[in-house]
Design a protein around this ligand. Structure first.
Ligand code: VGL
Ligand code: ZN
Length: 198
C-alpha cells in the first residue's frame, strides 16, 4: 500500500512567508495532481511555540542563517516561522487538503528542532508517523513538500532508514538554498541513501 506524505506545505514557506522558499507556492498544482492518485494522504506541519530556540530572535546578537549548538547539536537559526495557530502555519489556501486523513505536527519542543516528520533532530522523540504507517500496513511512501534541503530530505532519510520504500517527487518540492547548490546536494544525499528521486 502506498501513502503520499505532504511535508510542511505551509504559508511561511512561500515566497511571501516568514521563511521564504523560492517558488515554494509553485508546487501546489503538482501536489494536487498527486493527491488525487493516492489511497492515503498524510501531512506534516511545522508547529513551533513562539519561544522556539531555532528562531534567531530568541538568542542575543544572532541572525537568521547563523549556526549555533543547541543542546549539543548543530542548529541553523531561522526567522520566526510556523508559529502555532498563526496564518503562517496554515496550509496553502490552494492546497487540496480534502483527502488528508491525518496531520502530524512537529517542532513543538522549544529546545530541539524537528526537520523530519518522523523524529526530532536528536532522534529522541518520535511524532508517531512511523508507527502509524506501519500499523496501517504502508510500505511505499512518496514524499513531496517544503523544503527539499531540510524537512523533505530529513523525512525521506528517516523513512528509508525505517524500512519504507521511499520516493521523492522533485517537482513537488522546492529548496531554501541557503547556500547555492544545497538542492543538488540534498538530491545526491537522498540517492546515496537509496531513495528514489523522480
Ligand atoms: C523547515 C527550516 C526550519 C522545513 C522547517 O520545513 O524545511 N526548514 N523549519
Ligand atoms: Zn521550523
Amino acid at each position: 500500500m502506498k501513502a503520499l506524505i505532504l511535508v510542511d506545505i505551509q504559508n511561511d514557506f512561500t515566497p511571501t512567508g516568514n521563511l521564504p522558499v523560492p517558488e515554494g507556492d509553485l508546487i501546489v498544482p503538482v501536489v494536487n495532481k498527486l493527491v488525487a492518485k493516492f489511497d492515503k494522504v498524510i501531512a506534516t506541519q511545522d508547529w513551533h511555540p513562539r519561544n522556539h530556540k531555532s528562531f534567531a530572535a530568541n538568542h542575543e546578537n544572532k541572525n537568521p542563517g547563523d549556526l549555533i549548538q543547541l543542546n549539543g547539536i548543530d542548529q541553523v537559526l531561522w526567522p520566526v516561522h510556523c508559529v502555532q495557530d498563526t496564518k503562517g502555519a496554515e496550509f496553502l489556501d490552494d492546497l487540496d487538503t480534502s483527502r488528508i486523513t491525518k496531520v502530524f505536527q512537529k517542532g513543538m519542543d522549544a529546545e530541539v528542532d524537528s526537520y523530519s516528520g518522523f523524529f526530532d533532530n536528536d532522534h529522541k522523540s518520535a511524532t508517531g508517523l512511523g508507527d502509524y504507517l506501519k500499523e496501517q500496513g504502508f510500505k511505499d511512501l512518496t514524499i513531496v513538500g517544503l523544503a527539499l534541503d531540510y524537512c523533505v530530505k530529513f523525512t525521506a532519510l528517516d523513512a528509508v532508514n525505517l524500512g519504507f520504500n521511499t520516493k521523492v517527487v522533485v517537482d513537488g518540492t522546492r529548496a531554501v538554498n541557503l547556500n547555492p547548490g544545497d538542492d543538488e546536494k540534498a538530491i545526491q544525499e537522498m540517492k546515496a541513501a537509496g531513495i528514489e528521486i523522480v
